[in-house]
Design a protein around this ligand. Structure first.
Ligand code: LLP
Length: 419
């Protein structure tokens, strides 16, 4: 990882451990920013990092320093962005279930835009803005009914998804929004899905948005920004091809040329996914009908394989010449779904270090304390330096917010059952 050896990181910080490359994070964000800036249509543009992919403060802080905005989906993410030095007026707020308190906090912070996902949410934002004497900037998140061709759990732009406003209902809701006194219509937004490797659906969604923008214009509703969401995928497998960022953006930007729209993108995975790996050590080899390599990382550290059947490359950090064996790489959690990878050819022994690749996005962010397992440490490597950006959790922290029952309650435990 940059100038540091993974075995020394593992011995210094322990395993399991999420490790990120500062240089890769930096390069990924710059690639989006320069591709936009290099195109005439992208002169006014903003890359809003989708915080949900990896919300560590150090990563948010790096991106904020580089001029990024942020796509948030909760009040918690807003608080993180502000704590990391992010600029509230570069924040867009997506999500189908924004609470009153979250809307209030976002209005007080002065965010750039709410991406509104329903008529009821629009009413709620208008009411809260009225109570605060403010006008809330909004885009409607329209659901363009485009198939992104990805796992159903991460496809969001199809009609049957819970996300967005059906595109055929958008016009009427825009007309309504334009009449609400505490709403300022700013733009149009969509997000069709995640881990998209074939960029064609982005073009299809854009076509539908342009039709909508033109129809709105004819009715006197002028929008000033277009948000195309996130979703650009990464190559998890060696045989997958990662579409180049500028090549994906070029046809979209060409289509927007001459329209004087501020362009917003919400990439998550593509900024952080390949910048991170998960270090884990083999605890036991358990041969049998299936050979298991039991490692110290588990589904609580990396949920993607268990939840989506997702594939992450697993490599032995110190390559050996010994013959390989086919292993299921599994964690210590009491679930048969707790695997990191299945049927992997590895030459390994107990105590060996493995690197699970491409875990920077939706790795730590989806981690949990299931089986009372402390969350792993997070380390950002910058050249020869290793920064601890999140300490390993301590076991006692995991139950620090819990309380025993009062003594009186214990003595009166249901005597009829105890008899
Ligand atoms: N904008 C919105 C409104 C989103 O819902 C998402 C992701 C993004 C942007 C960023 O998408 P990205 O560029 O990262 O694809 N846990 C899943 C992915 C869930 C994505 C949810 N929404 C996984 O591990 O594959």
């Amino acid at each position: 990882m940059e100038d540091l050896a993974l075995p020394s990181l593992a011995s210094t910080f322990g395993t399991p451990c999420h490790v990120y490359s500062h240089a890769a994070l930096h390069a990924n964000l710059r690639a989006f920013q320069t591709a936009l800036a290099a195109h005439p249509a992208g002169a006014d543009s903003l890359v809003c990092y989708a915080v949900k992919a990896n919300s560590n403060l150090a990563i948010l802080n790096l991106f904020a320093r580089m001029g990024a905005g942020f796509d948030i989906v909760s009040g918690g993410e807003l608080a993180r962005v502000l704590a990391a030095g992010g600029d509230a007026n570069k924040v867009v707020f997506s999500g189908v279930g924004k609470s009153g308190a979250e809307i209030h906090a976002a209005l007080m912070a002065g965010i750039l835009c709410f991406n509104v996902e329903s008529a009821a949410e629009l009413e709620r934002i208008d009411e809260i803005a009225a109570a605060l004497g403010k006008r809330a900037p909004v885009s409607l998140r329209v659901n363009p009914d485009v198939d992104p061709g990805v796992h159903p759990y991460i496809a969001t732009g199809l009609k049957r998804a819970k996300f967005g406003i059906p595109i055929d209902a958008a016009l009427a809701l825009y007309e309504h929004a334009a009449r609400l006194p505490h709403i300022a219509v700013r733009g149009v937004d969509c997000h069709i899905g995640s881990q998209i490797l074939d960029p064609a659906p982005f073009g299809e969604a854009l076509e539908r948005l342009i039709v909508l923008i033109d129809t709105l214009g004819k009715g006197g509703i002028r929008v000033e920004q277009i948000d195309l969401g996130g979703g650009l995928g990464i190559a998890y497998r060696q045989d997958e091809v990662e579409p180049e960022i500028s090549a994906c953006l070029a046809p979209l930007l060409d289509r927007l040329r001459g329209r004087k729209l501020k362009i917003i993108l919400e990439p998550g995975r593509r900024l952080v996914g390949q910048a991170g790996l998960l270090l884990t050590r083999v605890e036991y080899l358990k041969p049998g009908e299936r050979n298991f390599a039991v490692v110290d990382a588990a589904m609580n550290d990396l949920l993607r394989p268990a939840l989506y059947g997702a594939w992450h490359e697993i490599v032995a950090v110190e390559q050996k010449k010994t013959p390989t064996t086919r292993y299921d790489v599994v964690g210590p959690i009491c679930e048969s779904g707790d695997f990191i990878g299945q049927e992997r050819e590895l030459a390994i022994a107990a105590g060996d270090l493995l690197a699970v690749l491409s875990t920077g996005a939706y790795g730590m962010a989806m981690s949990s304390n299931y089986n009372t397992r402390p969350r792993a440490a997070e380390i950002m490597v910058e050249g020869k330096q290793a920064h601890v950006i999140r300490q390993r959790e301590k076991t006692a922290d995991l139950y620090a917010l819990e309380h025993l029952l009062p003594a009186a309650s214990i003595s009166s435990i249901r005597p009829e059952i105890d008899k």
